[in-house]
Design a protein around this ligand. Structure first.
Ligand code: CMP
Length: 137
């Protein structure tokens, strides 16, 4: 089923020079297209909207600080089963539980700095695309 997903390559991905590697894994999947892509340091207002569901959790403040610590790359990926598919490429949230061959399993070690965010449902994608790419909403 064709879908859209909002994908963020987090500041650790940009700092470590992994943007090309991660984007190329996404690009190589059949029937997926990049429809928007932007390098941007995310401001606190944007992050507060994006991570509203995590307010009050113990990892929230360090996550906000990390996510604002340098540029991220925001993308919209469109195509067949892209929500489930990008999350499969990313691997589990905790990189130590993410399988080899996944982005987090191959390149990350701690949960906060897990390189990539990908929308987890159609409704999340719709909400997140409005935050990062209002012109595409
Ligand atoms: P993301 O997909 O961006 O959604 C929420 C983010 O919070 C998650 O990826 C991680 O970066 C971070 N996160 C979630 N759970 C934890 C945790 N237990 N400890 C630290 N960071 C977390």
């Amino acid at each position: 089923m064709p879908q859209r997903s909002l994908v963020l390559l987090k500041p650790d991905a940009v700092r470590r020079g992994l943007v090309g590697e991660i984007v190329s894994r996404i690009e190589r999947k059949a029937n997926w297209t990049l429809v928007a892509m932007e390098l941007r340091t995310l401001d606190q207002a944007t992050l507060e909207q994006h991570y509203a569901e995590h307010v009050g959790k113990p990892f929230y403040e360090p996550l906000m600080e990390f996510m604002g610590s340098g540029p991220s790359v925001a993308l919209i990926v469109e195509g067949e089963s892209v929500i489930e598919g990008v999350r499969a490429l990313a691997g589990k949230t905790n990189p130590l539980e993410a399988g080899p061959g996944t982005i987090r399993g191959d390149y990350a070690t701690i949960t906060r700095e897990n390189l990539i965010h990908a929308s987890d449902s159609d409704s999340s994608a719709e909400r997140e695309i409005k935050i990062f790419f209002p012109n595409h909403a």
